[in-house]
Design a protein around this ligand. Structure first.
Ligand SMILES: Nc1ncnc2c1ncn2[C@@H]1O[C@H](COP(=O)(O)OP(=O)(O)OP(=O)(O)O)[C@@H](O)[C@H]1O
Ligand SMILES: [Mg+2]
Length: 313
């Protein structure tokens, strides 16, 4: 098996975010409200959303380009600094001063999360000119695999998705989607979608009773929307790969005290890299499962390196 992804070119399109972590110590309750008074905050900024997918690709040794939207605010500046540090190009990213860069600030007191402050603009209208679309087309035509990292924050609009999928298909580029929209029909024409169990339940309105039930539901979805595969992520139970005719299952690895945030981003990044070097979907999903198992074992980090992956396979 080849784990040299140095020639792989993956394009990630989606919702770009900044994750901000405030870690503080607290020794007393505030006299003003029943909340802790936090001293000495340690602040950590991390690439989030589609940017975390890109960061995972880079750390696994692949080449990555990103398309999404940033504002012209301090959060965008922090993101650009982080991208520079990781040696990830930001040239495909749209900038608009009217757009508020999406951020999620998590506040921890004595290592317990006590609040989250989100900054985003639900009403921003994404408009793309013909010139923007031809820029996007240029990037899609020169990549090996296209990832749509949809956090349903607006960049991947119902208008833009079919345009992107059409361009990718006419360039013979495989499309993998991490879906958050309730209607999977939005992703019609994609090759693979990687929902977790909750996303499958939310999209279908069906509560999954057991493994056989999951297979039946996923077969229905692939038939209905003409996907090649669903790569269903099942937290500690691993990954199931389901097509119109087949189903294949990879068990999860037992991890004590898992830190699961971002595991789905690691899955889609590793899956894309596996496919980009010609591995089949099962071997690629196997690598993705191993990589995600490594990432959940780490506290506070959401990427794995290629050397860590090689040691574990
Ligand atoms: N507790 C766990 N123990 C072992 N492996 C895990 C655990 N949780 C997640 N994983 C690994 O990570 C993969 C993705 O996890 P999950 O199904 O929770 O995705 P997700 O909900 O999209 O994650 P995210 O938190 O990034 O949104 C799993 O398929 C598995 O490989
Ligand atoms: Mg996810």
């Amino acid at each position: 098996m080849s784990y040299d992804f140095s020639n792989s070119k993956i394009l990630v399109i989606g919702d770009l975010m900044l994750d901000i972590f405030y870690y503080g110590k607290s020794f007393r309750e505030s006299p003003e409200a029943p909340v802790p008074v936090i001293e000495d905050s340690d602040i950590r900024n991390i690439l989030g959303g589609a940017l975390n997918v890109a960061n995972n690709i880079k750390n696994l040794g692949g080449n990555v380009s990103i398309i999404g939207m940033l504002g012209e605010d301090k959060e965008a500046q922090i993101i650009n600094d982080l991208l520079e540090k990781e040696n990830i190009s930001n040239t495909g990213i749209f900038k608009n001063k009217n757009f508020k860069t999406i951020s999620k600030k998590r506040i921890f007191s004595n290592n317990i999360q006590i609040a989250r402050i989100d900054k985003e603009d639900q009403n921003y209208k994404f408009n793309f000119t013909d010139k923007d679309i031809s820029q996007i087309e240029k990037q899609i035509s020169s990549c090996d695999i296209l990832i749509l990292s949809d956090y349903n924050k607006g960049f991947l609009s119902e208008n833009l998705i079919p345009i992107i999928i059409d361009i990718a298909r006419s360039n013979n580029v495989k499309i993998i989607v991490d879906p958050k929209k309730l209607n999977f029909a939005s992703y019609k024409g994609a090759s693979i979608i990687t929902p977790n169990l909750k996303e499958i339940q939310d999209a279908t309105g069906i509560t999954i009773a057991n493994q056989k039930h999951l297979i039946d539901i996923c077969k229905k979805i692939v038939n209905e929307h003409d996907f090649e595969h669903i790569v269903a992520t099942k937290s500690e139970d691993g990954i199931s790969i389901i097509s119109k005719t087949e189903d294949h299952h990879i068990s999860g690895k037992l991890v004590n005290n898992p830190d699961v945030s971002g595991a789905g981003d690691t899955v889609i990044a590793a899956l894309a890299l596996g496919l980009s070097v010609g591995l089949d979907i099962y071997s690629s999903a196997n690598i993705a499962n191993i990589a995600a198992g490594l990432v959940v074992a780490k506290e506070g980090t959401s990427v794995v390196s290629i050397s860590e992956l090689k040691e574990s396979v």
